[in-house]
Design a protein around this ligand. Structure first.
Ligand code: BTN
Length: 256
């Protein structure tokens, strides 16, 4: 708590042993006027949500499930930047545990050695004036073991514990570290805009110049990544030399 004092992120913390979803809780708090930086954290979620309406397995005693309420003075169209911001902050944090092996996978997964260790779900509320508030939900696999994952995920997911030699990690330390990294990245984002974030994101993604395939609404697009747009879209040059942008949503990006 002391480490979070005087800061924006985590000045108010709501802790639950179990909740439906920390994103839903943070969304309600936003609705009732909670201050920017309010966070919700839970030991388990009964209805943890992932992207594309997928459930997010959220057993107790193991992982980090947290949501951060933000009120950024930005246009709704560039709100995906906050997902990228959270991904970079998580990568900053996890790099202190696994130096050099953290990678961001567009649009919002954090991976270690190609396996997912964290997912991010950003939801926002807008009105006639633009963004009212944004909830950035972050789920990090911390102490869960490989065998605890459903069989279908076992080869796709990993945990920080499995990647750091099997010792139990403190979820409290991780949560505080996460809020500190989000604080730092967010302050810089408000002061300097998207530029520094784009640069860090591209560094962690190590994707520029890579040939990739994207499946978007059942259509396959192949090309080479040339950058990341302000909207958060991935910029490609396709095999005919044309530029194409890939918006998040239901795109799956695959290295060729
Ligand atoms: C994904 O990769 O599909 C996103 C997963 C996001 C999971 C986190 S856990 C904390 C927060 N509360 C939720 O219900 N979802 C997010």
């Amino acid at each position: 708590r002391e480490r979070l004092q005087g800061r924006r992120i985590g000045r108010t913390v709501h802790v639950y042993p179990e909740i439906d979803s920390t994103n839903s809780a943070a969304f309600s708090l936003g609705h009732s006027g909670a201050e920017e930086g309010t966070v919700v954290i839970a030991d388990s979620q009964s209805q943890g949500r992932g992207r594309l309406r997928r459930p997010w397995q959220s057993p107790p005693g193991r992982n980090l499930y947290t949501s951060i309420l933000l009120k950024p003075p930005i246009e709704p169209a560039v709100a995906p930047q906050l997902t990228l911001l959270a991904g970079v902050a998580v990568a900053d944090l996890l790099s202190t545990y696994c130096p050099g092996s953290i990678r961001l996978k567009w649009p919002n997964d954090v991976q270690i050695e190609g396996k997912k260790v964290c997912g991010i779900l950003t939801e926002m509320r807008t009105s006639g004036h633009g963004i009212d508030y944004v909830v950035v939900g972050i789920g990090i696999n911390v102490n869960i073991r490989k065998d605890d994952f459903d069989e279908s995920f076992r080869n796709l997911a990993t945990s920080l514990r499995d990647e750091t030699g099997g010792r139990m990690l403190s979820r409290l330390d991780l949560a505080v570290g996460l809020y500190e990294h989000v604080e730092r990245r967010y302050a810089r984002y408000l002061a300097e805009g998207f530029g520094p974030l784009r640069e860090s994101w591209l560094q962690y993604a190590r994707i520029v110049g890579e040939p990739i395939e994207v499946i978007f609404r059942d259509e396959l697009q192949a090309g080479e990544v040339i950058g990341l747009e302000e909207s958060g879209a991935l910029l490609l040059r396709d095999d005919d030399g044309r530029e194409a942008r890939v918006l998040a949503g239901d795109a799956t990006v695959k290295k060729k």
